[in-house]
Unconditional design. Structure first.
Length: 65
């Protein structure tokens, strides 16, 4: 389910980025350690599909090579 804010942003042609997307962008800019940040996030009530988390971490590992 999307929020009204997300729907309105998309209607206006804005890019919508979730929590993992923001963290991935920060990791791309070498601002954070993505696996550590995701681990801390998973220790909270944050939920995301396992395949999405795996994909984000796999892309980060590939960038680190």
């Amino acid at each position: 389910m999307t929020s009204e804010g997300v729907e309105e942003a998309r209607r206006l042609g804005l890019t919508v980025t979730g929590t993992l997307g923001v963290l991935e962008l920060a990791a791309e800019r070498a601002l954070i350690d993505l696996p550590a940040a995701v681990g801390r996030l998973q220790a909270t009530n944050f939920r995301a599909a396992p395949h999405v988390i795996r994909a984000v971490l796999e892309r980060d590992a590939y960038r680190q090579k």
